[in-house]
Design a protein around this ligand. Structure first.
Ligand code: ARG
Length: 271
């Protein structure tokens, strides 16, 4: 298990002063999937000549909509990989928790979605080399009694997450099903925080920063949590495609393309 929760030493701050506990309503998520199957070429792709990428495009700055177009770090890196492989990139926006199953069943060639490499996921799909890292962050409303991971756990509040993400998996482990409020989109979890349905949102640091910047009254706790590696996932039977993508990624890393793409979206920060 890729489970390295670094709990901060809680100073057991002031016990809550009858703080109206946010988030005591439950909600569950829906799932959906889409795709098609075929194969051809030196390495096979779902549709010949096309690299079909599944993502969940509500995860800035890795993938998000600019008008009708999906842009972001993952979209650009996948485009650069597709160019190297002589393939046309087609991006499909699906629920995050349907990506791995879709790659596994041959609907998509790759999942590229700020996806964390975990041992559990490695049982279902192969991962390419890592091209970025992420950290799980806790978002709360300004002035919240929740000041770190321990006080979040002790608070009894509902916790908002994106369904099937590492934030979901880790927090479910920490607090149990009953306190989890799962959303198909990270921003819907953030809306639930703004309207008091949940007391905190646990999500990757870069989208957390984007969501906090876009909404008044929210803040990210300075809590060291997990550090995770992002990679693309590929069908386990498609070793040739995995090798070709890894080669492309190595070249893009060596010539500075990946760094330049990340720098465009995350100026002078770790990514
Ligand atoms: N890094 C987290 C995970 O792999 C969250 C990824 C969510 N990605 C997205 N495109 N919505 O579980």
């Amino acid at each position: 298990m890729n489970k390295k929760l670094i709990k901060t030493v809680s100073l057991a701050l002031i016990a809550s002063l009858g703080f109206a506990m946010a988030g005591c309503a439950g909600e569950t998520a829906e799932t959906s999937a889409q795709g098609e199957t075929a194969a051809a070429g030196e390495f096979t792709t779902v549709t010949p000549g096309v690299l079909t990428m599944a993502t969940n495009a509500f995860f800035p700055p890795y993938e998000y909509y600019e008008g009708e177009q999906i842009v972001g770090i993952d979209a650009e890196i996948a485009q650069a990989v597709a160019d190297k492989l002589g393939l046309e990139l087609v991006i499909q926006d699906v629920e995050f928790d349907s990506i791995i199953a879709g790659v596994q069943s041959g609907m998509y060639d790759i999942g590229c979605a700020g996806m964390t490499v975990t041992e559990e996921r490695m049982q279902s799909v192969n991962f390419t080399t890592t091209y970025a890292t992420g950290i799980q962050s806790i978002i709360v409303v300004e002035g919240s009694d929740i000041t770190d991971l321990d006080s979040l756990i002790d608070s009894g509040c509902m916790i908002g997450v994106q369904t099937g993400t590492t934030g979901d998996i880790y927090m479910t482990d920490e607090v149990g099903e009953d306190r989890m409020d799962r959303y198909n989109k990270g921003n819907d979890a953030v809306l639930a925080l703004l309207n008091g349905t949940v007391g905190a949102v646990v999500i990757d640091n870069q989208p957390a920063q984007a969501f906090v910047a876009a909404n008044e009254g929210l803040t990210i706790l300075e809590t060291p949590y997990t550090v995770e590696d992002y990679a693309m996932c590929v069908n386990k039977d498609n070793e040739a495609l995995l090798a070709a993508i890894n080669e492309a990624l190595a070249e893009l890393q060596a010539d500075g393309t990946i760094d330049a793409i990340i720098e465009t979206y995350i100026p002078s920060e770790e990514a």
